[in-house]
Design a binder for this molecule. Structure first.
Ligand code: NAI
Length: 299
């Protein structure tokens, strides 16, 4: 059945209580998005410091919204109260959906899925934010593979509109429509992806960025490539995007991919940029120069 057809015939469940495992960069954004969608959120991390940082991060987002007149103080306080930091699985017993966002390691994620499966109500849904792991490997360690699904957010998770809902070999239709419904409740655009290398967004962006960098190696200027693609309809050209994401951060992804895909040829220019510590906007220099305040093309 088509996805739209499914949504008409199967009623999605509407969860009110969610949990997020892992309070890092993604966990923080996911907790914010869930709270803003009206859910109560337990945010769990093995590190008390990570929990403190994530709480402070969420509060800073909402404080900025208050300062800009987009959020009232009372609503800000209600949002802050919706996120409860916890460190034990026992505190999550009443969660109807859990989104796991710990480190990208299959054994570590399997251990989390086993612990959640043993603790949560049998009808709770277990979702993962994995970027690249085979979610079947997580589903199979649980006694509820039909209720396991991918919910792949993009960074920052409270801002970026796209969520890829990843269907495993066993994901039930009810789980799928519930996950799609939750994504929409968070104001996101939800698309269904099968389990495949990079899902949809990252699979496309990798090749797009690679070709942009090859172009520069062949003599184009980053600013010209960006202008062309922005005029063509991309919200932000590839080099502005790389400078914003951080050239050190994207290098980690490239290095991992070079191991996973040994036959893929990569441009060498990003490594030169990296060797000069031109990490992007945050350090003042990357594919552009930001040292004088604005964004200047490199000479
Ligand atoms: P991060 O390193 O910022 O955060 C991971 C957090 O998980 C840390 O606070 C750590 O203390 C905690 N943690 C580790 N093991 C744990 C355990 N067993 N139980 C509880 N907490 C544990 O990582 P980040 O960037 O937030 O990524 C998390 C997941 O999201 C990964 O699977 C990653 O592939 C995926 N992802 C990352 C994106 C990104 O742009 N950073 C985008 C989309 C997905």
């Amino acid at each position: 059945a088509s996805i739209d057809g499914l949504a008409k015939t199967i009623r999605p469940r509407k969860p009110h209580r969610a949990a997020v495992i892992g309070a890092g960069a993604m966990g923080q954004g996911i907790a914010i998005a869930l709270a803003e969608a009206g859910l109560d959120v337990w945010l769990m991390d093995q590190s008390a410091d990570a929990l403190k940082r994530a709480q402070a991060g969420a509060q800073a987002v909402w404080d900025r919204a208050v300062q800009r007149g987009r959020l009232g103080q009372q609503n800000r306080d209600a949002l802050v109260a919706r996120i409860s930091p916890v460190q034990s699985y026992d505190d999550l017993q009443d969660a109807e959906i859990v989104i796991e966002a710990i480190i990208e390691d299959v054994a570590a994620k399997q251990a989390v899925f086993k612990a959640l499966d043993a603790t949560l109500n049998p009808d709770a849904i277990l979702a993962t934010n994995t970027s690249a792991l085979d979610i079947n490997d997580l589903a199979k360690v649980t006694g509820r593979p039909g209720q396991v699904v991918g919910l792949h957010f993009f960074n920052p998770a409270n801002v970026m509109k796209l969520i890829e809902v990843v269907r495993t070999d066993a994901t039930s239709d009810e789980t799928l429509v519930t996950a799609m419904g939750l994504a929409r409740q968070m104001g996101k655009v939800a698309v269904v992806a099968g389990i495949c290398d990079g899902f949809i967004g990252n699979r496309m962006i990798e090749q797009y960025v690679r070709q942009a960098q090859f172009l520069v190696e062949e003599g184009a200027m980053p600013a010209q490539v960006d202008r062309a693609l922005e005029a063509w309809g991309m919200a932000m050209g590839p080099f502005r995007m790389l400078d914003l994401a951080g050239n050190d951060v994207t290098a980690t992804v490239r290095q991992r991919r070079a191991i996973e895909m040994p036959d893929m040829i990569y441009p060498t220019l990003p490594d030169i940029v990296l060797s000069r510590d031109w990490f992007g906007q945050k350090v003042g220099k990357g594919w552009y120069d930001y040292t004088s305040g604005g964004r200047k093309p490199l000479e």
